[in-house]
Design a protein around this ligand. Structure first.
Ligand code: MCA
Ligand code: AMP
Length: 481
């Protein structure tokens, strides 16, 4: 084994820290700027803290923490030590998190101060984990863990095409290949400046937005969350903005989002959920620019991206370099290549079921390819709901609703929504003797993260079923009273 065998993604992401330590990485409004060298140092002390805490290569570290540059330093610290980073949505309730802790088979968890489990890391370099980091020597130099291409780097929980959450094990090879491919097709250089507004517990904000920029030594203005006024205030410095359709819908609701403001940004990208033709058109009418649409999935990273001129309802472009794509007999998009997950954690059955016999990953999305190899998506094979870029599994919501003794049965669907793309609607059938007019929806707040809770409730006499007895969700999706 030689140093050059080491394909640890850290080496690629933090190359700039070796050659030009002072190069700015994170601009933080109202706080100090952090250079590549600063972030390398912070991640080194965090790596030392992880080792003192007892983590060894291959252990899983669950992080349910607020967005901050420390969250990114923690991801880098995991790479440095060979620890598998497992980020979780901050909106999950404690009950939801328990399921992931069990499944990940780990006692190592970092949460936000006040959540009361594991060590804590706050937005302002505070919390018990930050204290442990502060106790590490300033000049600590943790040797970089050796990584082979197929070694796990991160695990992100997702549900793929079936309802139950599974950990997608992502490798150094997969994440590096995807980052390189994106930097290439989007022409990222060290002169770029990304305005980062996405959450950092999903592939989109954590990998897609950060990695291609870091590979090239570019700068990033790092906002704690998407806030349209803040985005407008910071946009003049940016050359790249990445978002979900809801972000663009919110920007377009602001009269201050003008063509002049958009003029300095050379690349706008959207994905994680379908962008409607109407939203594309509103954006172009306002700014004179087009949004590059990219299609991705936790298990695969980014699969396709458009180039200017490739537009149309559902059109998401061509496969990235080293990504192969075909349409299965059942119209499902299938992909193959080094970008893909290694496996689902502890679920060999699900891993086998997600691949065809000849080794293609089945995305569960339905699409067509034109003669030029451009992919157009038309829907999904599962009844997954995507609201504001977050996935919601109807079964999980239905199970929570059905615990209410007043409710006989329920069906949850996503209905089209201008701001959220889809919004969660629950149809409920009441037990005999319950009065529809007096019905108050159950309180699901302790049970389900806010974004999963139904925004609209409909009491119905019965659910529409087909001859097989299966609920006809298509009819409910277009139902309105
Ligand atoms: C927040 N709320 C939501 C959502 N987000 N409701 C439905 N759908 C959502 N996505 C609700 C909260 O429960 C709360 O309601 C209320 O909105 C305010 O919460 P807050 O957190 O303040 O909301 P926000 O800051 O306005 O958030 C909206 C958002 C955010 C900015 C659009 O959802 C967002 O950044 N989404 C991006 C998701 C993303 O990155 N997805 C990538 C995954 P209440 O008070 O009633 O509780 S897909 C992926 O990674 C693949 C690879 C890919 O292709 O990219
Ligand atoms: P996730 O499981 O959170 O990674 O979400 C992946 C899913 O998001 C994909 O399987 C698609 O259904 C959807 N998705 C991602 N990007 C796009 C896009 N540009 N257009 C339509 N759907 C998308």
């Amino acid at each position: 084994m030689t140093a050059s065998d080491n394909v640890n993604l850290y080496l690629r992401l933090m190359h700039a820290a070796d050659v030009e330590r002072d190069r700015p990485l994170f601009h933080r409004p109202e706080r100090s700027t952090q250079s590549y060298g600063d972030v390398a140092d912070r991640s080194s002390r965090m790596a030392s803290a992880l080792i003192e805490w007892g983590l060894t290569p291959g252990d899983r570290l669950i992080a349910q923490i607020a967005k901050s540059t420390d969250a990114i330093a923690l991801w880098l610290a995991c790479l440095r030590t060979g620890v598998v980073f497992v980020p979780l949505n901050t909106a999950y309730t404690d009950g939801e998190v328990d399921v992931f802790i069990d499944d990940a088979e780990t006692g190592y968890i970092v949460t936000t101060p006040g959540r009361g489990r594991g060590l804590t890391l706050g937005e302002h370099e505070d919390g018990t984990f930050a204290e442990l980091v502060d106790r590490q020597p300033h000049d600590v130099d943790v040797p970089l863990a050796h990584a082979s291409p197929g070694d796990p780097a991160a695990m992100l929980f997702t549900s793929g095409t079936t309802g139950r959450s599974k950990g997608a094990v992502l490798t150094h090879r997969g994440l590096t290949t995807n980052a390189e491919a994106l930097a290439e097709v989007w022409g990222i250089t060290g002169d770029d400046h990304l305005l980062h507004t996405l959450p950092v517990f999903h592939v989109h904000g954590l990998f897609v937005a950060l990695h291609p920029l870091m590979l090239r030594g570019a700068a990033i203005t790092f906002l704690p969350r998407f806030d349209a006024a803040q985005v407008i205030a910071q946009l003049p410095v940016a050359s790249v903005l990445m978002g979900v359709p809801t972000h663009y819908s919110r920007l377009l609701d602001e009269p201050d989002f003008t063509a002049d403001l958009a003029a300095g940004v050379r690349l706008f990208t959207s994905g994680s959920a379908p962008m409607t033709t109407r939203l594309h058109a509103r954006f172009s009418d306002r700014t004179g620019r087009t949004i590059t649409e990219r299609y991705g999935m936790t298990e695969c990273g980014i699969i396709t991206s458009t180039v200017p001129g490739e537009a149309g309802p559902g059109t998401v472009g061509r496969p990235l370099p080293q990504m192969e794509l075909r349409i299965g007999d059942d119209h499902i998009v299938e992909v193959r290549g080094p970008h893909l997950l290694d496996r689902y954690w502890r679920r060999p059955d699900a891993t086998v079921a997600s691949f065809t016999e000849d080794g293609w990953f089945r995305t569960g999305d339905i699409g067509t390819l034109d003669a030029k190899g451009v992919l157009t998506l038309s829907g999904r094979a599962s009844d997954l709901i995507i609201s504001g870029g977050y996935n919601i599994y109807p079964k999980e919501v239905e199970q929570a609703i059905d615990e209410d003794p007043r409710i006989l049965e329920s069906a949850v669907v996503g209905q089209p929504d201008e701001e959220w793309g889809e919004t969660v609607v629950a149809f409920v059938v009441l037990e005999e003797g319950e009065e529809a007019v007096a019905f108050e929806p159950p309180d699901l707040s302790g049970r389900l993260a806010g974004f999963k809770r139904p925004r609209r409730w409909e009491v119905v006499a019965g659910l529409p079923r087909n001859a097989m007895g299966k609920v006809e969700k298509n009819r409910l999706r277009s139902f309105s009273d």
